[in-house]
Design a protein around this ligand. Sequence first.
Ligand code: NAD
Ligand code: WQD
Length: 331
Amino acid sequence: MNILVTGGAGYIGSHTCVALLEAGYSVIVADNLCNSKVETIDKVKQITKKDILFYQIDVTEEDAVDKIFSNHDINGVIHFAGLKAVGESIEKPLTYYYNNLVSTMVLAKACQKHNVKRLVFSSSATVYGDNIVPFVETMNLLPTTNPYGETKAMSERILTDIAKANPAFSVSLLRYFNPVGAHESGLIGEAPNGIPNNLMPYVTQVAKGKREKLSVFGNDYPTVDGTGVRDYIHVVDLAVGHVAALDNITEGVHVYNLGTGQGTSVLELIQAFEDANSVEVSYEVVNRRPGDIASCYADASKAERELGWTAKRDILAMCRDAWRFEKNYEE
Ligand code: NAD
Ligand code: WQD
């Protein structure tokens, strides 16, 4: 089975390539490297000792995408390619809407033209907005606070409508919670450009001495200790979730939360990181970050029921693996 992985050189995509290759799938990656490096593809080959085909293309370009579908007998697509920086999406909405929506439509069109019936899409828990936790797939989606989040809700809608009109099309919409950690080899992981927006890469950079201290965004939320609560999920578990989604894909549209079902506060994550790695993480509490919600965690029971998938790695493993990658990583 040949799987086209768009954005396969990125953080979640590269770990998913490893999981796919280990499960016996053949992998073709399409990535324009706007937020990743080609060396990551070599690292995936090194980890799996398997080959991988790589196309450096922009997935919004219809002709380039069409060529890949013409050159290979593709059995399924996993669409990771997208821009994901929430703050940047507020400054550059058109860039985000164009990249994230056009890429989804170009791929759906190529699937139709070349009779490819399986598509797995990277969505996000952000589409739940400020619903009441735990988030369940059946909840009405609420507005997100930024264009990035809206591109996920819109892409879900576009793919849902296409699947409704084409009953043989199988679409799996995967709503990720907060992916963290890295492959246990330490060879691939999350390496954001510039100042990290997300908590875990900021924590690892403070531990490494690259940044002075972490700003904890608010300690007056209605949570266990006043800091924001999130459902952190090890990126390797998330990657394995994609293989489960592909293995079990059926006609129509199916939505799955990929999370652990466990909430962890910012202070709890700092403590877990210190305990797992015997390093100190300096921090100070500052004002809330605009757009943040108090709590976000999954009801992860549907993925377990229908895909036979659950996350296996705990918060200590996430912290250990994130730190191993950061220590190894040279820019
Ligand atoms: P990433 O930036 O590491 O990976 C995305 C990859 O897509 C990069 O390699 C980038 O170069 C590529 N890309 C972007 N636009 C492209 C285009 N037009 N053509 C070709 N390649 C393109 O991000 P990630 O964390 O691995 O996220 C993967 C997907 O999962 C994204 O769609 C993201 O929105 C979604 N997601 C991520 C998170 C998270 O916290 N990391 C949470 C929920 C959903
Ligand atoms: C986690 C917690 C912060 C940084 C974002 C996107 C979402 C998805 C995942 C997708 C919050 C606190 C953070 C810091 C802090 N992305 N924090 N200091 O906001 O849950 O989700 O990433 O592609 O769409 O919105 O993740 O890691 O930024 O924050 O105190 O320096 O850590 O307030 O409570 P978030 P995050």
